[in-house]
Design a protein. Sequence first.
Length: 237
Amino acid sequence: MINRLEDLLSTLQAASTLEDLQSVIEALRDYYNVSHAVYHWVNSVGERFGAGTYSAEWVDRYLEKDYLRIDPVIFGCFQRFTPVSWKELDWSSKAAREMFQDALAFGLGNQGFTIPIRGPNGQFALFTLNDNVADEDWERFVDQNTHDLMIIAHELNKKALAFEKWGEESSSPSLSPRELSAMTCLAKGMNRAQAAAELQISEHTLRVYIESARHKLGAMNTTHAVARALSTGIIIV
């Protein structure tokens, strides 16, 4: 088991793309035998990035409901410097409880453990494991693995900072004509059905173009991808 963790850390240290980082996150989820593993960060200029195993449906739902403004994990961890189990956070508000029930309905587990990380110039990151187990089992899991998880979180953050520096030195990514068209439609405020109709393609095909563009742009989600494409001048509306 120790060798396997060392192998994962070596793979993480060798990662050179967001796709590599995503593969490491998936491997960490499987290694720890949990439902989900997620790492996301905000860089020094406020851009958001992420890699994780939450479903695209939950990510879309999270954005649609604007859960970022009420998420107890975000707010609780921003005020902390030490790891925390989710049940130690404040879920007392009606909005927070509704969000939690919504998360369960979209496949998240009832337990979470998040490590907040702070880097230079305002960089902030979270590394989270999520699972569906009894309280005593989760407490045992956290006690047994916190030390190694903090090492992993630190290594993830080192890689994130390296990606940020790499991004500053690299040129803007090149999108295909179809990717540009898809992102332009979204930037104009169209929903996916409207964009697909405008481009005369299926919504499934549209999603392929959007996801491809998102990966090229190094974006955490579709909204972030549109913002990056606009801010770098890749698309103009």
